[in-house]
Design a protein around this ligand. Structure first.
Ligand SMILES: Cc1cc2nc3c(=O)[nH]c(=O)nc-3n(C[C@H](O)[C@H](O)[C@H](O)COP(=O)(O)OP(=O)(O)OC[C@H]3O[C@@H](n4cnc5c(N)ncnc54)[C@H](O)[C@@H]3O)c2cc1C
Length: 367
């Protein structure tokens, strides 16, 4: 069966993935005279990933706002739910056997982690809420918790659990000597101070072999840890496995693009967000920015063959960067440019509502 065939002169754009990047492209191109847009995603809902740490650990009720069925999101165009398995021959093929032809193809499949906390992989918004509820209950029943990874996700997991369930014995193992290694040492020191004050045991400069099954774990340096529940927060995996035979992936599985997001060797293929190899940190607001810029470039392509026209290449994020890590609802650490912030200030900016209202407004939903 073939979806998306039309008799109009509009060019068909198929967007693979409805995360921050894919939604930005689809909404910007929807209802333009030049394009018909089909968004394809393997799950039946959009999810705000930065709400997931709290939702999966201590408060699944926030999924009522942080997961949104596609039909509720305005200006998306046609949405097809299904897992993409191939894009060869001018058509996207889904596992179900459906096929969607395209003139332009946008890869926005993002990334996933081994840890189910991080991203939902399939099913409906109700399925994801049930998964989160079950995870909340398992955590409540556990006495001891092990968190593997001291990046942003691992530190936020420790912060949520320590602030709401202070009776849990929490251990965090991190392979580097500094937590939050991509950020300022001052921010890391503030996080360490808060975590220690909340009885989180930190094991730094040490590793866990991912094949170990609980409840007894041993680190590379021989430290024994007992844990009823474990969160593996390391290892971002680009969701590009089905593209292996296309010769467009770098050694780590990211799609090779130029600074206008055009895929190497394919003039009508583009890739935005976590799944491409643009050399910058993988963050939602950058994925959204890339999606918006690509939409402008495609609009330009519709009126002239000179791609990308006057549009400047994507500007890599420079020295000024803001970062906030929540430590429960009422605390956090971060920096705005070079200025460190901690305590109530980052909590007021992010930790209370985790940017859920802002993100919903960005995609046209009520806060
Ligand atoms: C726990 C956590 C906290 C985070 N906190 C922040 C934060 O505070 N601020 C920030 O800016 N960033 C944060 N990030 C990073 C941010 O979430 C990502 O950078 C962002 O999600 C990338 O958006 P994306 O659209 O590229 O991909 P994704 O959000 O990964 O979306 C990709 C979409 O593609 C779909 N898909 C994948 N493969 C297929 C396939 N084969 N077929 C069909 N559909 C497919 C998926 O279902 C998904 O809907 C966080 C990430 C995590 C995991």
């Amino acid at each position: 069966m073939v979806l998306g065939e039309s008799n109009t002169n509009k060019k068909s754009v198929v967007v693979l993935g409805g995360g921050s990047a894919g939604i930005a492209v689809a909404q910007a191109l929807h209802e333009t005279k030049s394009f018909s847009v089909t968004l394809v995603d393997r799950k039946a809902y959009h999810e705000i990933p930065w709400a997931n740490v709290r939702a999966y650990t201590v408060d699944y009720s926030i999924t009522a706002k942080s997961t949104v069925p596609w039909k509720d999101i305005p200006k998306l165009g046609e949405v097809t739910v299904g897992e993409v398995v191939s894009v060869a021959g001018g058509s996207v093929s889904l596992k179900s056997g459906l096929s969607v032809p395209y003139d332009y193809l946008v890869f926005a499949m993002g990334s996933h982690f081994r840890e189910p906390l991080c991203k939902g992989l399939e099913g409906t918004a109700a399925d994801r809420a049930s998964e989160m509820q079950l995870a909340n209950e398992k955590l409540k029943a556990a006495k001891s918790v092990l968190i593997v990874g001291g990046g942003a996700v691992g530190v936020e997991v420790a912060g949520e659990i320590a602030s709401v369930l202070p009776d849990k014995q929490i251990t965090l193992v991190h392979s580097k000597s500094q937590l939050l290694v991509d950020d300022k040492p001052r921010m890391s020191n503030n996080a360490v101070h808060w975590l220690k004050k909340h009885n989180v045991k930190l094991i730094l400069d040490d590793k866990l072999d991912g094949s170990q099954q609980g409840p007894h774990y041993t680190t590379e340096k021989g430290v024994q840890i007992q844990a009823d529940i474990v969160y593996w927060t390391v290892g971002l995996i680009p969701s590009t496995a089905f593209l292996k035979s296309e010769n467009i992936l770098d050694g780590k599985g990211f799609i090779k693009v130029d600074m206008h997001f055009r895929v190497e060797g394919h003039p009508n293929w583009f890739a935005v967000g976590d799944c491409n190899n643009i050399p910058e940190i993988k963050l939602g607001y950058l994925a959204q920015g890339q999606g918006k810029q690509l939409a402008q470039e495609l609009k330009q392509l519709a009126v002239s063959d000179t791609f990308p026209g006057k549009i400047k290449p994507w500007k890599l994020q420079g020295g000024f960067r803001a970062m906030i890590i929540s430590l429960g609802k009422d605390n956090g650490v971060g920096h705005i440019g070079p200025v460190p912030i901690w305590g109530w200030a980052p909590a007021k900016i992010k930790s209370g509502d985790l940017f859920i209202s802002k993100t919903r407004k960005d995609i046209g939903l009520p806060a």
